[in-house]
Design a protein around this ligand. Structure first.
Ligand code: GLC
Ligand code: MG
Length: 249
């Protein structure tokens, strides 16, 4: 056994099966103490909603929390100041006010709660049947102002507009590089659309939990790879299964 970088989405991936979560947390904490394994959460939640979940489910203090769909990185338990280097990278070419103004032209877009609107993330709710026609129009509307952004659609309802370089996968690579951990000793876990970038970056190993959403399963069917493991068990149970499959534990 040796050190690895563990990166996991929270809702319906790390969290969702309390018994399996307790087993997984114990295993990860032991691995961290013995081998220096790094634990990273990569969530769509804002720091505010992440903190609520962390307290409610007594989650381990991570080595880093990537919040707001990859657009903010917090080291350890600090949730006051996001990593300034990451903020600087994502801020380039990002014009939040222009995106919000353009969004107002589309009645299909329902802004999410205020806590989920972040400096580097604009989030809406959109019905699944409206998403495809809408995104085409919105894309050309933003392109007309040379606004280069990423659209992330998850769970059949959430639309996040993010900076071009802002996503969970790139945040994971940023941390791996900082800590000197190679892609082959990095493993990411997820269940939905906003986790696709965790699985699409390169040689990193990926665990798709058994309860994954259709948008992620469809992506996986179109992008099969020996580095990706589709677990049978749901949530933390699926993560435990995948960690054993890849030989990390
Ligand atoms: C979380 C966030 C929300 C985001 C969703 C999908 O639920 O709170 O803002 O849209 O994840 O990424
Ligand atoms: Mg999730």
């Amino acid at each position: 056994m040796s050190q690895f970088l563990f990166v996991s989405d929270l809702d319906n991936t790390f969290v969702g099966d309390d018994l399996a979560l307790a087993r997984l947390q114990e295993l990860l904490e032991r691995h961290r103490q013995e081998y220096g394994t790094k634990i990273v959460y990569a969530t769509g939640r804002s720091p505010f909603l992440y903190h609520k979940l962390k307290v409610k489910k007594s989650l381990l203090v991570p080595d880093a929390a990537v919040t707001s769909v990859g657009t903010e990185i917090y080291l350890g338990d600090n949730l006051d100041t996001p990593d300034p280097e990451w903020v600087a990278i994502l801020s380039e070419g990002w014009n939040r006010d222009a995106i919000v103004a353009a969004g107002k032209e589309f009645p299909e877009l329902m802004p999410q709660a205020g806590s989920e609107q972040r400096p580097l993330k604009v989030s809406y709710s959109v019905a699944e049947k409206e998403y495809l026609p809408l995104v085409t129009k919105l894309e050309s509307r933003l392109a007309s102002e040379n606004l280069e952004v990423n659209f992330v659609y998850s769970g059949g309802k959430d639309l996040d507009i993010l900076p071009r370089n802002g996503n969970k996968g790139l945040a994971m690579q940023f941390l791996a590089k900082r800590w000197g951990i190679s892609p082959s000793t990095t493993v990411a876990c997820g269940d939905s659309g906003n986790d696709i970038t965790l699985f699409a970056v390169g040689e990193e190993r990926g665990i798709i939990v058994g309860n994954a959403r259709s948008e992620l399963l469809q992506w996986h069917r179109e992008n099969p790879s020996p580095n990706l493991y589709l677990a049978k068990a749901r949530c933390a149970g699926g993560i435990l299964e995948g960690l054993k499959y890849f030989g990390f534990v």
